[in-house]
Each structure stands twice: as structure tokens, then as C-alpha cells.
Design a protein around this ligand. Structure first.
Ligand SMILES: Nc1ncnc2c1ncn2[C@@H]1O[C@H](COP(=O)(O)OP(=O)(O)O)[C@@H](O)[C@H]1O
Ligand SMILES: [Mg+2]
Length: 255
């Protein structure tokens, strides 16, 4: 969130390493931004988030994946089928996985609904861990699952603001995965998440000539100019490939 305070020209980028996305974002995500990656089930949110971390780790940055619903071994097993993944990044601690339920237990956060104090404790421990691990990239998959235990808009706002600020202060760029229904007309479960985040990437599905295509659109990204066109997102063994959905249909907008 610090990036938005700088003039556009001096914004340092966190290149996602996904070439098509970096082109759309004029070089990458402004460093320190908190970005919501939103979409329904199977649209590629987890894959995109993992590629962001792996590409960063392979370029020498430290990355942390916080998983709420899926256990890390399962995610790792799927990750290892992608050609861009080099297990070396795990061995040399450039990529670390942590299951959030383990963190809940360690912090004694067993209550169904988290209190304001619980939220502060959770945020502080995530930021502390990120700081200790010298993490420059973090993914929380998903913020929706955490929000199920927060429930109230003001507390969700507080959680995302504090987490975003804590991570931005240590120059960590973060992705919060947001799970929505296929017909949703907003980008997050509570509608608060998208208002607080510095950026929103929307992943979706669209029918074209009988095929179900995956799509990506940058809804907002503070601190950079970007295209708002729709792109076709291809999940390949080499990673994510993006192509314009409609040739000549690009529109560009500053923020
Ligand atoms: N290793 C892989 N190789 C090719 N396609 C994959 C691989 N892993 C996942 N996918 C595709 O991505 C889809 C789900 O992607 P995922 O990132 O888990 O979506 P989401 O997190 O949005 O639910 C799967 O249904 C599958 O089609
Ligand atoms: Mg997922």
C-alpha cells in the first residue's frame, strides 16, 4: 500500500514472472501492493498464485504460501507437475508452505468467530513470520476462508488493512485469493475485500464456440497504468499463458 504514495514513474515493480501478466501490468505488481485474485472454482486462482511465488523464488526472492483449506502436500504434488517448478526452491527455503489451521492451533484461535484481538494476533504472527523468513512474496489462499471466521464488515476491513500495511511495511507483495460464485457481480464474498485491496485480478470462464475458456481481467491496480481488456488464460504445463480475447479490443486506463 506504500506504492500508491510514489509518483507512477518511480514505482518499483514485483514482476510476477508470468510474462503476459507483467506486460499487462506494465512490468509487474507495484511492490508492497496487496492484490485480490478473485474467481469461481477452477478458474486458476491457486495456479496463478503458485506461479507468482515459484517464479519469484527462482529469481532469488523468498516466497510464502499460506494455505487455509488445502493441505500443503497436496498442493505441492500438483505443483510438481508444472515444468516451471524446480524443487530446489523448496530445499533452499526460497519457497515455504504453511497450513493456516496449524497457525490457528498454535495461536489458540479455536473459537468459531474470531474476535478483534484474535485478528490482531493472527495478523501480527503472519507479518512476524514473513519478516523472519525475509519474505518478499506472500499468498493467502484464501482470504475468503479466513473471512468466514470474521464475518463482520468492519472486522474484515480491519484484518485486510492491517495485514496489507504490515506486509507493505516490509516490502512484501501479497496475493489474497478470493472465492466467489460463477455469477457473482462483485469480486469478494463480503464486498469489503475488493475495496481495501490495492489491486483486483478477476479470473473467469466464458463460453466461446462451444469451448469453455478461462479469462483474466485486471479490474484495478493502484500505482500503475494497465489494460482493462479481457484476456484468455491458458493453463499449460509451462505455466500461465495470456492472449488478448478480442484482437484490437484493448483499452488502457491509468489509476
Ligand atoms: N498441473 C496441472 N496441469 C494442467 N492443468 C492443471 C494443473 N493443475 C491444475 N490444472 C487445471 O487448473 C484447474 C484448477 O485450477 P486451480 O488453480 O486449482 O483453480 P482455483 O484455485 O481457481 O479453484 C484444474 O481444474 C485443472 O484444469
Ligand atoms: Mg484454489
Amino acid at each position: 500500500m506504500s506504492a500508491s504514495a510514489h509518483p507512477l514513474t518511480s514505482v518499483e515493480r514485483c514482476a510476477t514472472g508470468i510474462e503476459g501478466l507483467d506486460n499487462i501490468l506494465d512490468g509487474g505488481i507495484p511492490r508492497g501492493n496487496t492484490v485480490l485474485v478473485s474467481g469461481s472454482c477452477g478458474t486458476g486462482k491457486t495456479t496463478l498464485s503458485l506461479e507468482f511465488l515459484v517464479r519469484g523464488a527462482m529469481a532469488g526472492e523468498r516466497s510464502l504460501f499460506l494455505s487455509v483449506t488445502e493441505a500443503s502436500p497436496k498442493i505441492l504434488q500438483n505443483l510438481s507437475t508444472f515444468e516451471f517448478f524446480d524443487p530446489k526452491v523448496m530445499a533452499d527455503h526460497h519457497l515455504t508452505f504453511l497450513d493456516v489451521p496449524v497457525l490457528y492451533e498454535k495461536l489458540g484461535l479455536q473459537r468459531e468467530e474470531l474476535s478483534s484481538e484474535d485478528i490482531d494476533l493472527l495478523v501480527a504472527s503472519i507479518v512476524k513470520l514473513a519478516s523472519e523468513l525475509k519474505v518478499q512474496r506472500l499468498v493467502l489462499d484464501s482470504i475468503t476462508s479466513v473471512c468466514y471466521r470474521v464475518r463482520q464488515d468492519e472486522k474484515i476491513r480491519d484484518l485486510i488493512l492491517k495485514l496489507g500495511k504490515g506486509l507493505s511495511d516490509i516490502d512484501c507483495t501479497s496475493i489474497l485469493v478470493s472465492e466467489i460464485g460463477p455469477q457473482e457481480n462483485r469480486y469478494s464474498l463480503y464486498g469489503v475485500e475488493e475495496a481495501i485491496a490495492d489491486g483486483v485480478l478477476l479470473l473467469g470462464n466464458v463460453q466461446r464456440r462451444g469451448d469453455l475458456l478461462r479469462t483474466l481481467k485486471v479490474i484495478k491496480m493502484r500505482g500503475t497504468t494497465h489494460s482493462r481488456a479481457q484476456y484468455v488464460l491458458d493453463l499449460t504445463p509451462l505455466g500461465i499463458l495470456l492472449a488478448p480475447y478480442l484482437k484490437g479490443g484493448r483499452s488502457w486506463e491509468g489509476t
